[in-house]
Design a protein around this ligand. Structure first.
Ligand code: SF4
Length: 325
């Protein structure tokens, strides 16, 4: 029997590229103070035909900038999180399940967004301090760990992961995975752990850094599978790795979100691969199966609130995967 590897179909909504952090590898941040208007979000949502996930990814705490604060004030919002809540609701009205990556949040903010998100995410990246994060207050390990724990206390299906090749040692990676495994064990809310490889971006401080070797990715996937509870899926990004097979052979079982209408705004130089081509390359040993932004196990255990129930129940089959009727 071929082994199931999951993915979701999404639309990527970069609400703003303004961010209080300044990570040395980042090609996403622009700090132009621009925020997508609700009309733009609505237009984008209307283009979606066959996806279930509205992926909201944007800079952390953009409302620390006065242009964004003013933009929000003019539209009657007291904070960026309030605006995100409304855009999440808009996605639900358009038949999509939000998954929000907002960066570090306070517990009350997580509680608010839980109502309108099928799942949420925050990459731990590494649980140790690194030079590339020296100008990023939101990348302090203890601050990110607190947010991930708070999400656990609130029972939010959660995505986290590590970024490999940003100056950490092999021991640092192992330690970071152990920190995630501990939280996954304690709260049961971690649905997937992404093992993501650093990819250099032109014009950044780290543009001449080398990408990690495939062997380092394999090593991290193996260790993640060894230390994570069974309910946690190990995810690898199909547009960033040269060969999926050895990573799946090492225990990865998810390839994340793939978009029909939008690029990977974080890694725009790496287009989404064709799903049929991926499946062919796996030679029948693995079969791709679509899931929702909330993983099948969490669908079956009903980790979702009433604002999302009608969509999750319409879109999922009895095993919690995407229903294809
Ligand atoms: S937090 Fe994200 S968006 Fe902000 S600078 Fe770092 S990588 Fe870029």
């Amino acid at each position: 029997m071929p082994v199931i590897v999951t993915y979701s179909r999404n639309v990527f909504i970069p609400l703003t590229r303004t961010c209080r952090n300044s990570c040395h590898y980042c090609g996403f941040r622009k700090n132009d103070g621009r925020v997508m208007e609700s009309d733009e979000v609505s237009d984008l949502l209307k283009k979606v035909k066959n996806s279930t996930e509205a992926l909201f990814t944007f800079g952390e705490r953009p409302d620390e900038f006065k242009e964004v604060k003013e933009w929000l004030r003019e539209r009657g919002y007291g904070s960026f999180v309030e605006y995100v809540y409304d855009m999440n609701l808009l996605a639900i009205e358009n038949g999509l399940l939000p998954h929000t990556n907002a960066g570090v949040l306070e517990r009350e903010e997580l509680k608010m967004l839980k109502e309108v998100n099928a799942s949420m995410g925050l990459m731990l990246e590494q649980a140790v301090e690194l030079e590339c994060h020296s100008e990023s207050p939101g990348k302090k390990p203890e601050v990110r760990i607190r947010t991930i724990k708070d999400a656990g206390k609130l029972r939010i299906p959660f995505t986290t992961g590590i970024l490999i090749g940003i100056g950490e040692s092999r021991e640092d990676r192992y330690y970071s995975l152990e920190v995630i495994a501990d939280m996954a064990d304690n709260y049961g809310h971690v649905q997937e752990v992404i093992i993501q490889n650093f990819s250099p971006k032109e014009g950044t401080e780290m543009e001449s850094w080398k990408e990690p070797e495939l062997s380092e990715m394999i090593d991290a996937v193996r260790y993640a599978r060894k230390v994570m509870p069974e309910r946690v899926a190990i995810q690898v990004p199909p547009n960033l790795v040269s060969d999926l097979s050895p990573l799946l052979d090492s225990g990865a079982r998810d390839i994340g979100g793939i978009s029909e209408v939008t690029p990977d705004y974080i890694n725009p130089e790496h287009p989404w691969p064709d799903l049929k081509k991926i499946e062919r390359s796996l030679n029948g040993r693995y079969v791709l199966r679509e899931r929702l932004p909330i993983h099948p196990l969490f669908v079956r255990e009903r980790w979702y609130g009433e604002k999302l129930a009608h969509l999750i129940e319409a879109y999922s089959d009895e095993e919690g995967y995407r229903c294809l009727k």
